[in-house]
Ligand binder design. Structure first.
Ligand SMILES: NC(=O)c1ccc[n+]([C@@H]2O[C@H](COP(=O)([O-])OP(=O)(O)OC[C@H]3O[C@@H](n4cnc5c(N)ncnc54)[C@H](O)[C@@H]3O)[C@@H](O)[C@H]2O)c1
Length: 256
């Protein structure tokens, strides 16, 4: 842990630490990884796309930051445990966990089948269950930590053709609130960021998103960078009295 020194020479209250970003090789997770590293934090990028994770870690390292790439699947507990052990060996105690790994294939519910449901639930619900179970145990042992979960406004308001995904994201929001109550005694604080439609490879895979921006009060899709500053805030000391909250970052698409 090191205390950050601002350009004007004043020692600020911010502290640099180490942690994990799942799905940190692409889209929202990648922007978060880059921002946390730019703030001086050491970032372990957990992603099933090992090549993209290595590229992201190399880019951060070239810019003078600290990052390691860990190819793993969040649905596989043994891989996650090994990745967590490797991250601790590389960076020391882990203070933050950002769960950004996620996936969906939009399908009308009555045309979907249990094999697709299993895949969606595995990645979007069992994945976070696994990461919390493994990483929060470590946080408890080392006296605290911060979790930022990237859910979706689909999990708050519902959305067409993504029912199972929405159920998982709603589950993630409820999981965050429940664990925030359970883990507060160990100084582990958990919050959820709930994105609206955001310009990433995942959204591009959904096909035509032409009309979406018109429904958003700020008249544009989200950008991955829109989620970086709020994550930096939530893992920092200024957010030390905030836990169990859900914040929609959606250009005003939802306001409840
Ligand atoms: N893009 C949007 O419009 C949008 C909206 C709401 C919520 N979200 C959520 O934001 C998060 C990031 O999505 P994105 O749009 O940046 O997507 P993305 O596809 O650009 O990035 C997701 C990353 O997660 C990784 N990943 C997927 N499954 C994994 C697994 N099982 N194990 C390890 N890594 C895995 C992928 O390899 C990829 O690098 C997701 O949780 C998504 O559900 C996205």
């Amino acid at each position: 842990m090191t205390t950050a020194k601002r350009e004007d020479g004043i020692v600020g209250s911010s502290v640099t630490r180490a942690g994990i970003v799942t799905g940190g090789a692409s889209g929202i997770g990648r922007a978060i990884s880059r921002r946390l590293a730019a703030d001086g934090h050491a970032v372990a990028i957990f992603d099933r796309d090992g090549i993209a994770a290595a590229e992201c870690a190399a880019e951060i390292t070239r810019a003078g930051g600290r990052a390691t790439a860990h190819q793993l699947d969040v649905t596989q507990r043994a891989e996650l445990q090994a990745g967590t052990d490797a991250a601790i060996a590389a960076h020391g105690p882990l203070w933050f966990l950002v769960n950004a790994a996620g996936w969906d294939r939009p399908t009308p519910f009555l045309d979907s089948d249990p094999a697709l449901w299993a895949r969606i639930v595995d990645i979007n619900l069992y994945g976070p269950l696994n990461t919390h179970h493994i990483v929060c145990r470590h946080m408890r042992e080392q006296g605290g930590g911060r979790v930022v979960n990237i859910a979706s406004d689909a999990g708050r308001t519902g959305a067409g053709n993504v029912a199972v995904y929405s159920a998982c994201k709603g589950g993630m929001i409820a999981l965050t609130r429940s664990l925030a109550r359970e883990f507060a005694r160990w100084n582990i604080l958990l919050n959820t960021i709930s994105p609206g439609p955001t310009d990433t490879p995942l959204l591009a895979s959904f096909g035509d998103t032409e009309g979406l921006a018109r429904q958003i009060p700020l008249r544009r899709l989200g950008r991955p960078e829109d989620f970086a500053g709020i994550t930096a805030f939530l893992i920092g000391d200024d957010a030390g009295y905030i836990t169990g909250q859900t914040l929609s970052v959606s250009g005003g698409l939802t306001m409840v």
